[in-house]
Design a protein around this ligand. Structure first.
Ligand code: 6PG
Length: 466
């Protein structure tokens, strides 16, 4: 009998099946007979202990009881359809795992539905792309703990391994796993955009070639800024198109796509009332990039002043590095705060230290800064946005002049730096005892009699302003 059944032989499903087989796990796979399935079976499966099924009944019957079925298919309707198809063959105590990037509310809904049928359902975030799935991803499983325990051994074996253990931990109840994976992606969007803004400045203001930028990124990747995204960005910078021999990055259309997880993160933050301006800015930057034709037309109409950068370039590159460190910290601050609030609101009971531990390997946002953040949280678990810590204050204070320089230069040269700017404004807002919200309250009361509170006495007030 087989240990686990995987449905969906796309990139993630096939890579994960191979990873499991390499770790001695007996895998059954099922997919529709498509060219994709045929290619995978013919090219990759012949030497592996993986059995392929083309009908649900024999696929399910091949599995050890209680059964584990791992779905790696497109999120949304296809998951509902597949659950409907599976249910007639499943028994009490069987487990379905949704390994896609699903919206957490959808996962919650399905969990409730399957609970009535006494079938366990887990929403498992998985990060690391194709290579992660094949060699060791980071898993973010959420749902019923009993259901998780059924599959724990398998997930721990195939996850990325670090000096602090496998990158898999029980995240929490209900849709906690998919919520945390969603915020992982919100952070991913932020980190990617922050690197992209740095690249833009190096390219447009310092006029460096991609190769030169790649060397800077490579060096940074050996220091505090070390991260998976920094590493791949340095590789991208030196890559030349085979046909034209140009830097490929220069030939790629500047229109960023998105599948929605960044947007969901920001929507959840708005619903929960947690500030995530830098995550929002990263989504906005992608949306802005999409209007290529409009941008092209408008760029001809507005002549931008292009002053010459005549200050110390070496120092400015150091500033860019500091600004990126600062921005990354603010991105994590916002993301972790959001997870902490969701944990309270939805009773997920999430341990942020554990989340950070499993983000140290396998996943797209793995970065050296995570160790620094873990140290801060270890000192005070309630300091979820990290800002109330002496070390953080020193870290930030040292970097503020650099961040100011970077965003000011960006402004002077008309190079947008949405994520860097919002990181700085988020920080300035958080350290401002007084914000101009007193005027907002006055305006609301003026036009709508919405009332206001006062700083000098208790109560609710309204004024006849005219
Ligand atoms: C990961 C990635 C992965 C997905 C990206 C792409 O953690 O491995 O996040 O899940 O490839 O989310 O998302 P966009 O298409 O929205 O950029």
């Amino acid at each position: 009998m087989r240990d686990i059944g995987i449905f969906g032989l796309g990139i993630m499903g096939s890579s994960l099946a191979l990873n499991m087989a390499h770790k001695g796990i007996k895998v059954s796979v099922y997919d529709w007979i498509s060219q994709e399935t045929k290619n995978f079976v013919e090219n990759k499966l012949s030497k592996e202990d993986i059995i392929v099924y083309y009908d649900i009944k024999s696929f399910i019957e091949s599995l050890k009881k209680p059964r584990i079925v791992y779905l790696l298919i497109k999120s949304g309707k296809p998951v509902d359809n597949m659950i409907e198809k599976l249910l007639p063959y499943l028994e009490e105590g069987d487990l379905i795992i949704d390994g896609g990037n699903e919206h957490y509310l959808e996962t919650s809904r399905r969990m409730q539905k399957l609970k009535k049928k006494k079938v366990f359902y887990l929403g498992v975030g998985i990060s690391g792309g194709e290579s992660g799935a094949l060699n060791g991803p980071s898993f973010m499983p959420g749902g019923d703990r009993e259901g998780y325990e059924r599959v724990e051994e398998i997930l721990l074996k195939v996850a990325a391994q670090t000096d602090l253990g496998p990158c898999c931990t029980y995240i929490g109840k209900d849709s906690a796993g998919h919520f945390v994976k969603m915020v992982h992606n919100g952070i991913e969007y932020g980190m990617m955009q922050a690197i992209a803004e740095t690249y833009d400045i190096l390219r447009k203001i310092l006029h460096l070639s991609p190769e030169q930028i790649g060397q800077i990124f490579k060096k940074w990747n050996e220091e505090e800024l070390s991260s998976f995204l920094m590493e791949i960005s340095s590789e991208i910078m030196k890559y030349r198109d085979e046909e034209t021999k140009e830097y490929l990055v220069d030939l790629i259309l500047d229109k960023a796509e998105q599948k929605g997880t960044g947007k969901w993160t920001v929507q959840a933050a708005l619903d929960l009332g947690i500030p995530t301006p830098s995550l929002n800015a990263a989504v906005e930057a992608r949306i802005l990039s999409y209007f290529k034709e409009e941008r092209k037309e408008l760029s001809k109409k507005f002549s931008k002043e292009k002053p010459l950068y005549n200050k110390n370039k070496k120092q400015f590159i150091k500033d860019l590095k500091n600004a990126l460190l600062f921005t990354n910290l603010m991105i994590f601050s916002q993301g972790l705060w959001l997870i902490a609030e969701a944990s309270k609101e939805y009773n997920y009971d999430i341990d942020l230290l554990e989340v950070l531990r499993i983000w140290r390997g396998g996943c797209i946002i793995r970065a050296k800064i995570i160790d620094f953040i873990r140290e801060i949280l270890k000192k005070d678990k309630a300091n979820v946005n990290l800002l109330k810590n002496e070390k953080v204050i020193t870290f930030i204070t040292e970097k503020i002049p650099s961040v100011q320089e970077v965003v000011n230069i960006g402004r002077n040269f008309c190079v947008p730096t949405l994520v860097h700017n919002t990181a700085l404004d988020y920080f300035y807002s958080m350290i401002s005892e007084k914000l101009p919200a007193n005027l907002i309250q006055s305006q609301r009361d003026f036009f709508g009699a919405h009332t206001y509170s006062r700083v000098d006495k208790e109560g609710v007030f309204h004024s006849y302003w005219k």
